[in-house]
Design a protein around this ligand. Structure first.
Ligand code: ZN
Length: 217
């Protein structure tokens, strides 16, 4: 089998294959990703995430979602999917929105494809009204972003739901989605594949409470 990222032929039956199952990336490519599971509360809602958003992760995500390399869809959750299937049994996955323009340009729904390996029901109930790069946003613009997400018309949501995204940068998108939901009516979780390293620094922004951090072997 060839590595989906670099195309190198992979050795079969390595020790890591025995432990983690067959990976879709070679050891070198996977080794450049920084696995570090974290869990914290975002506006009071438990969030789980697995990889630090570093240069290697970012490059793979861009290759997948901006260059349309759809074959990469399963590399993001392959190492955690079995655990997530058990943890989130009975929940429905809600994908964070891209703008209509971006989804059309990609030709596929990148988050839905990424999370479908969990085998859970999946919905795309939100829509994004504007497209702003979060990195360029100041505090007030991020606030605006929070109001730039809304539920599509006539959407009925199940009781147990998980907000899903590829990465949590500032948290503004997810907070925007949370604002659209009645937290008394739903059991809500958040799951992102990666996160900005600032979420694990000592100077965490206010409102963030780190429950635990675990270095993955
Ligand atoms: Zn590789």
């Amino acid at each position: 089998m060839k590595c989906l990222l670099c195309g190198r032929q992979m050795q079969e039956s390595s020790l890591s294959d025995l432990i983690f199952g067959n990976d879709l990336l070679c050891r070198k490519c996977r080794g450049e990703w920084q696995r570090r599971d974290i869990a914290f509360l975002l506006d009071g809602v438990p969030l789980n995430s697995f990889y630090v958003y570093n240069a290697a992760f970012s490059a793979c995500l861009i290759q997948y979602k901006e260059c349309g390399d759809e074959a990469l869809k399963d590399v993001f959750l392959s190492q955690v999917k079995n655990r997530l299937r058990r943890r989130y049994r009975g929940f429905t996955l809600l994908m964070m929105p891209s703008t209509q323009k971006k989804t059309e340009a990609r030709g596929f729904s990148h988050l839905k494809s990424m999370f479908e390996c969990l085998g859970l029901p999946c919905m795309e109930p939100f829509e994004k009204t504007e497209d702003i790069s979060q990195k360029a946003l100041g505090r007030s613009a991020r606030q605006e972003m929070i109001t730039a997400i809304r539920l599509k018309k006539d959407i009925q949501l199940p009781e147990k739901i998980i907000l899903c995204d590829d990465t949590v940068t500032t948290g503004a998108t997810l907070k925007g989605a949370l604002k659209c939901l009645d937290q008394k009516k739903h059991t809500i979780r958040i799951c992102t594949v990666s996160y900005n390293a600032r979420w694990i620094t000592e100077n965490r922004p206010s409102g963030i409470h780190c429950l635990f951090m675990r270095q993955q072997v």
